[in-house]
Design a protein around this ligand. Structure first.
Ligand SMILES: NC(=O)c1ccc[n+]([C@@H]2O[C@H](COP(=O)([O-])OP(=O)(O)OC[C@H]3O[C@@H](n4cnc5c(N)ncnc54)[C@H](O)[C@@H]3O)[C@@H](O)[C@H]2O)c1
Length: 252
């Protein structure tokens, strides 16, 4: 690990109270960044903060919901005019509900967190990055960005959609020095299971065809390391990329 890779940089990480977001906050802090960690879970944030502080990293935790414009503005204010890195990691699953059975509440919440939240925070970060001459945005999408069968309709739609947002930002804001890339994990050992438990047997049985080709279950830091690289200057020519980190699942 290069402990000076992100020295002097400020990084906002969403979903930092668990799983991939926590691993990203820990890694970016260990690599020198001042991390602003956001999550809806105060307990999760406290645990992340403890881990970062124990290893001497710099972290500020802010309980915030990325779907709330007011919370997004609090995050931007905390950054105090400096956002070198934005890691959009927060996301929720959809209980594998197929289209015929999805309820409006699940659909609305999954799209709100997985797309609208990313849009709101990215929209708010862009002018800060533009004023500074650039920045790097990394958004966590999913194997479900590439096809059906890894989730239900709401999650699959949200993760396809967010890749469009990532590419849009890359194309339109690349000339401002802003890079925007997506990381697509396969299965990762995190806390997302709470919103992943299937509610529909027949859809889950079909999904097993896809699951049968799944790669190994990754450790969250295996995704964080890709996020860190994309955020770093080493990836200065990488913009609009959709990078899988799925142990080969998408190659099946
Ligand atoms: N775990 C996997 O197998 C897997 C696979 C592909 C993609 N992903 C994606 O990785 C990302 C991280 O998920 P994870 O697996 O680490 O899950 P996780 O549940 O461990 O962590 C997600 C975190 O996001 C937070 N969060 C949820 N809604 C929020 C909101 N509105 N505002 C702020 N924070 C919010 C949760 O409280 C939680 O701490 C998600 O975007 C997910 O879709 C995960």
């Amino acid at each position: 690990m290069d402990t000076s890779r992100h020295a002097g940089k400020t990084a906002i990480v969403t979903g930092a109270g668990s799983g991939i977001g926590r691993a990203t906050a820990i890694r970016l802090a260990a690599e020198g960044a001042n991390v602003i960690a956001c999550d809806v879970s105060a307990d999760g944030l406290a645990a992340t903060r403890d881990q970062v502080m124990t290893s001497g990293g710099a972290i500020e935790t802010i309980r915030a919901d990325v779907t709330s414009q007011a919370d997004v503005e609090r995050l931007i204010t905390a950054a105090n005019g400096s956002i070198d890195i934005l890691a959009n990691v927060a996301g929720i699953m959809d209980h594998f509900l197929p289209l015929g059975e999805v309820d409006d509440e699940t659909w609305d919440r999954v799209l709100a967190v997985n797309i609208t939240g990313v849009m709101r925070l990215t929209r708010a970060a862009l002018p800060v990055m533009q004023a500074a001459g650039g920045g790097s945005i990394v958004t966590v999408a999913s194997e479900a960005s590439l096809g059906a069968g890894a989730a239900g309709v709401a999650y699959t739609t949200s993760k396809h959609g967010v890749v469009g947002l990532v590419r849009h930002v890359a194309f339109f804001y690349g000339p401002s020095g802003i890079r925007s890339n997506a990381v697509l994990p396969g299965a990762v050992d995190t806390g997302i299971g709470a919103t992943a438990a299937p509610r529909t047997d027949w859809a889950m049985e079909l999904a097993q065809k896809k699951m049968a080709t799944m790669g190994p279950v990754a450790d969250p830091d295996q995704i964080a390391t890709v996020i860190s690289w994309l955020a770093s200057d080493e990836a200065s020519n990488v913009n609009g990329a959709v990078v899988t980190s799925d142990g080969g699942w998408s190659a099946a």
